[in-house]
Design a protein around this ligand. Structure first.
Ligand SMILES: [Cu+2]
Length: 146
């Protein structure tokens, strides 16, 4: 069954059916990526943002070190910080994922920055984002636009 899903996902990367099946992915190393979503944006938008949740139930601390997606030219990991009373986005080199913790990427906090969108973020679109960790193997999460 899994190999069929992977084959279909390969042939139709934006097919909603597959995303439903794969919305929660657990790596062999115990990292659970879930609740991946993005905000719909006008077609003129050049950049978008994705949010997700990472649970580290593995036996060691880990780090998210990078991300990529076919929907954007470049993907960065960002945080929001108050600088002189103004919220500013800042690129972070990695996100620490301590053992037995849940890290939530959410509006006003950590987010996956999609720079140079190749396709508009229309409601109900689903696109893959690959997450690269220091220890755990790479994981693909399917982001739903809402
Ligand atoms: Cu950002």
């Amino acid at each position: 069954m899994n190999s069929i899903r992977i084959l279909i996902a390969f042939l139709f990367p934006f097919l909603p059916l597959i995303a439903d099946a794969a919305n929660e992915t657990v790596g062999l190393d115990g990292l659970l990526v879930s609740k991946s979503w993005s905000q719909a944006l006008p077609a003129v938008a050049k950049n978008g943002v994705a949010y997700l949740t990472i649970e580290n139930n593995s036996t060691r601390q880990d780090k998210l070190i990078s991300a990529s997606s076919p929907i954007a030219e470049r993907v960065e990991i960002h945080s929001h910080q108050h600088v002189d009373g103004v919220m500013k986005m800042r690129k972070v080199e990695h996100v620490d994922l301590a053992q037995d913790t849940t890290t939530i990427f959410e509006p006003g906090g950590l987010h996956v920055m999609l720079i140079g969108l190749k396709e508009p973020l229309k409601k109900d679109l689903i696109f893959p984002v690959s997450l690269i960790f220091m220890h755990a193997s790479e994981q693909v999460t399917y982001v739903t636009v809402r």
